[in-house]
Ligand binder design. Structure first.
Ligand code: FES
Ligand SMILES: [Fe+2]
Length: 400
């Protein structure tokens, strides 16, 4: 993020804190409850968001060197992403051209060639079919036309974008980012090493998983013993970037003392804030002192009441260096605890558990609509871009 913008955001948070206010939307909104239960809507979402749209499937450090790969079936089709020997990012359907099995199991590693487990046809990380086992017995096929099927793929600003359907136009990352590209690039994503990943399965609609990150009105109540001592609740900046949004929350660790007593050129923005980005259509990207979190939410293709969150964590290199130095000085060599322990105490045990109750409430028939308050502008924005994406009218502003 550019320094001027960081200072502007800190001052905005400071003023909200002093004035007991927060970023507001123009009014309230009501969203129909069947947003979270409707099977017709689910089908539209699968077709529109998870086949036609470009998706942010990873970050540059997922492919840290030439001849590394990452394979994932999270979108519903097996996808192989590679960095070839020239450093170019590519993506393919991870489907063998012989009899169609998945060529390389989901996971990550170093590999330039991929041999299919069935009959061992072998592909280069450029997608080229380089050998057909016992070709003289199999028969002669044109290898030049039987490479892995390429998917539109672009690497820009430290992000890896893929459209999970072949053909179609090249991906326009700048259009997808809606003006956020340079800001994201300034986080220097490439310098954050990948650490670990997890998949969270929950009995909640995938949009409720996204909504979890879309407001901090609930912090002082739901997260009373976990997040509330660390981050101010009901205090945020909120800004839309076309389909995306960015919210910034203030850390309670010395935020007010720092802005009061430290010259602004020294304000350590990253250590004073939690930055929450929504990146259309299904991704939450978090930036804080500890590192980067990339969370991709997907619906269960058969049940609007179930979803999966694929979560990767990348460490802040400054923290890695700091811990390394501490280890050298103290001689202690404690393995750092998984980032996911503390994260899941909040997101799984509190947020997703609460979202399961919302999901149950949605199925109960108790009411037809839910409310999004003036102090929940990001939720309003998200639900309107979601609705626009599936051809539904936007939610109306209800002035209060
Ligand atoms: S299916 Fe891959 S080699 Fe036969
Ligand atoms: Fe929460």
């Amino acid at each position: 993020m550019l320094r001027d913008e960081q200072l502007r955001i800190i001052k905005e948070l400071r003023d909200h804190l002093k004035g007991d206010s927060t970023a507001y939307a123009k009014g309230m909104m009501r969203a129909p409850v069947d947003t979270f239960t409707c099977t017709d809507l689910l089908q539209k979402e699968l077709d529109q968001f998870f086949k036609k749209e470009a998706l942010l499937l990873g970050l540059s450090p997922d492919l840290p060197e030439n001849n590394t790969y990452i394979a994932t079936s999270e979108t519903g089709v097996p996808i192989l992403m590679t960095r070839d020997s020239d450093g170019r990012f590519r993506a393919f359907l991870n489907v063998c051209r012989h009899r169609g099995v998945q060529v390389i199991a989901d996971g990550r590693g170093r590999k330039a060639n991929f041999s299919c487990p069935f009959h061992s046809w072998t592909y280069r990380n450029t997608g080229d079919l380089i050998s057909v086992t016992k070709e003289e017995r199999f028969g002669c096929i044109d290898k030049g036309h039987h490479g892995l099927v390429a998917l539109p793929a672009e690497e820009k600003y430290g992000m890896l974008w893929v459209r999970p359907t072949p053909d179609g136009d090249p991906i326009n990352v700048d259009a997808a980012m809606g003006g956020l590209g340079i800001e994201i690039e300034n986080w220097d994503i490439a310098s954050h090493p990948y650490v670990e990943e997890q998949t969270l399965e929950a009995n909640i609609n995938w949009k409720l998983a996204i909504d979890t990150f879309g407001e901090n009105y609930h912090f002082d109540f739901l997260h009373k013993g976990t997040l509330a001592p660390q981050i101010y609740g009901n205090l945020q900046t909120s800004q839309a970037f076309d389909n995306n949004y960015r919210m910034v929350f203030a850390s309670k660790t010395n935020f007010d003392q720092i802005v009061e007593h430290m010259p602004e050129e020294d304000w350590p923005y990253r250590y004073m804030t939690l930055n929450v980005y929504f990146i259309y259509p299904n991704t939450i990207f978090l930036v804080d002192a500890i590192g980067l979190d990339l969370l991709r939410m997907y619906p269960d293709p058969k049940d609007p009441g179930k979803s999966k969150t694929h979560h990767r964590y990348y460490a802040n290199p400054e923290m890695v260096n700091y811990l390394e130095k501490q280890r050298e000085e103290t001689g202690e060599n404690h393995e750092p605890e998984s980032r996911f322990v503390g994260f899941n105490e909040i997101v799984v045990d509190e947020d997703y558990a609460m979202a399961e109750l919302t999901q149950l409430g949605a199925s109960s028939g108790a009411q037809t609509h839910y409310w999004f308050g003036r102090n929940e502008p990001a939720l309003q924005h998200y639900h309107n871009v979601h609705r626009k994406g599936v051809g539904l009218p936007e939610l109306e502003v209800i002035e209060s």
